[in-house]
Design a protein around this ligand. Structure first.
Ligand SMILES: [Zn+2]
Length: 380
């Protein structure tokens, strides 16, 4: 199945696929559009198409190069991501630029995906600009950003800009069903994912994510006091750490595989260091994704309660108890809004545990669980 298959019907991405297949390979691309529009997936599909064993631009989706690139496991595909709030200039100077000058390991060229490119500070953007001005013939940069206007004009002017449209829920449902989810699971994941294809995919298809979802949906009922909110926050953080631990195990297998594939020759330590760095970033990302997943599920819970009160949607028992409780519409809305707001600022926040604790404590004030409200009213 071609790497473009998941983007069938999404005109902007179909055009990219056609351009790459026709050999119209720009050295710099900027993918923009709303969060969850699948920009990161599209960027990885581009990377896969470019390193595909069937030729640059093919993207057969079946060769080992395609499949590793799609999972960000290809030695010639480098994903640069913010470390905390920004992408510092050191990352560009010390990692990206030297790496871009080296020969590719196995593909015809190298691909750099710069995630959240707007979060490069000006120094980092200027450092990257030099590389974009004098591109290595076989290197392609794919910049990804939700905030096109925050990417320096000098950089934008060097890029082929592609604006992705938001992915409608029905498309996500269809994608998930194709990938093996039941229609009910697909609907639920699409509703919880805010149009974010990757999150929807993990919610519908990843066993661990589904188990976590049940945990997240039980949290609102536990937020009876700030102290209990802190307990819940600790549990969310432990889940995130657990997910990272599980990924770390997979990484160890990869390190062994790399060592076996390369032996102890020249370039081994460079490759090993690059892999170790990539692994560390990946673990941070896994943790962050789990925390965002929790906030998304919490926000959806309060919205579901509100919808159930208006007679829309199908409410489970937990949601029904909230819908019929004396808690005001305004409080449910405020709680849902707080979750959205928290996920918006989350990646900018260096201290994720404090942010999660603060959010859940605030939720315990905004929307205390119905059982706690009843306890208070029966005392008075
Ligand atoms: Zn391929």
């Amino acid at each position: 199945m071609s790497v473009w298959k998941p983007f069938d019907g999404i005109a902007s991405v179909e055009r990219i696929g056609a351009q790459l297949a026709a050999g119209e390979i720009s050295h710099a691309w900027l993918l923009t559009g709303p969060r969850g529009a699948g920009k990161r997936s599209a960027a990885l599909a581009m990377a896969a198409a470019l390193v595909c064993a069937k030729g640059a631009g093919a993207g057969c989706g079946e060769c080992s190069a395609c499949s590793r690139a799609l999972r960000n496991r290809h030695p010639d595909v480098h994903v640069v991501e913010p470390e905390g709030a920004i992408i510092p200039v050191d990352v560009i100077r010390e990692t990206v630029i030297p790496e871009a000058a080296r020969s590719p390991f196995e593909a015809a060229g190298k691909v750099f995906v710069v995630q959240d490119a707007d979060r490069m500070n000006d120094a980092a953007q200027n450092a990257l600009l030099k590389t974009l001005e004098e591109p290595h013939p076989d290197t392609v940069f794919v910049l990804v950003s939700d905030h096109e206007e925050e990417v320096l004009e000098t950089i934008r002017s060097r890029c082929r800009i592609v604006r992705l449209e938001a992915v409608p829920a029905h498309r996500i449902v269809a994608l998930l069903v194709d990938a093996g989810a039941s229609p009910a699971e697909a609907e639920r994941a699409a509703a919880l994912s805010d149009g974010d294809v990757e999150r929807a995919r993990s919610l519908a298809l990843d066993e661990d994510a589904r188990t976590r979802l049940d945990l997240w949906r039980r949290i609102p009922a536990r937020l009876a006091s700030p102290l209990e909110a802190l307990d819940a926050a600790a549990e969310v953080l432990a889940e995130a750490k657990g997910a990272a631990k599980a990924r770390e195990k997979q990484q160890k297998t990869e390190v062994t595989a790399l060592a076996e594939a390369m032996g102890e020759g020249r370039g081994t330590s460079t490759a090993r260091n690059a892999l170790a760095k990539r692994h560390r970033r990946e673990l941070r990302r896994v943790e962050e994704e789990v925390l965002l997943e929790a906030l998304g599920a919490l926000g959806a819970f309060y919205r579901d309660a509100l919808a159930a009160r208006k007679g829309a949607g199908t409410a489970g028992d937990a949601v029904a108890a909230w819908a019929s409780s004396p808690i005001s519409d305004g409080a449910l809305l405020a709680a849902a809004a707080r979750c959205v707001e928290a996920s918006g600022t989350f990646t900018y926040n260096a201290n994720a545990s404090l942010a999660m604790e603060a959010t859940l404590v605030e939720l315990s004030r905004l929307a205390p669980p119905p059982a706690a409200l009843e306890a208070v009213s029966s005392e008075s």
